[in-house]
Design a binder for this molecule. Structure first.
Ligand SMILES: [Cu+2]
Length: 144
């Protein structure tokens, strides 16, 4: 009788320890799953002597992509920016994904496409001089 009860307590104790280990493993695993992976960063090519220079980085956010533009604005405080089909040398004028305007050198937009989709080829990020002068590009980069 006594022995059986002690065995049960021993079993419960063992199970509790096992659950505790399982729980801590689960926590450790979820902690290893980053909310946002390391960004992929590409460098913009300056166009038309704009003085705009900087980078575009891409970060996974749950299957979508946070696109961040960081530039030295070269005196351009508010520049429209888009992801376009094509390449910087042969850009399709109609944007595929609009980005937030690059204001004071910064633009952050979550785009409804995965990083792999964006890097699959045939897309470019371009930056326009201003809302009033969309035809003049200040910077561009092929996404690759
Ligand atoms: Cu554009």
């Amino acid at each position: 009788m006594h022995d059986t009860a002690q065995d049960r307590i021993g079993l419960v104790g063992a199970l509790t320890r096992l659950l505790a280990i399982a729980a801590s493993v689960a926590i450790a695993l979820s902690a290893c799953q980053p909310a946002a992976g390391p960004p992929r960063t590409i460098t913009l090519q300056t166009l038309n002597d704009s003085g705009v220079r900087g980078t575009v980085s891409f970060r996974d956010v749950g299957g979508r992509t946070q696109v961040e533009v960081h530039v030295e604005p070269g005196g351009h405080p508010d520049m429209p920016a888009h992801v376009h089909p094509g390449t910087c040398d042969d850009l399709t004028p109609q944007p595929k994904f609009p980005l937030e305007n690059v204001r004071n050198g910064v633009s952050v937009t979550v785009v409804p496409a995965s990083i792999d989709e964006l890097f699959a080829g045939g897309l470019a990020v371009n930056i326009h001089k201003s809302n009033d002068d969309l035809k003049t590009y200040t910077a561009c980069v092929d996404i690759q």
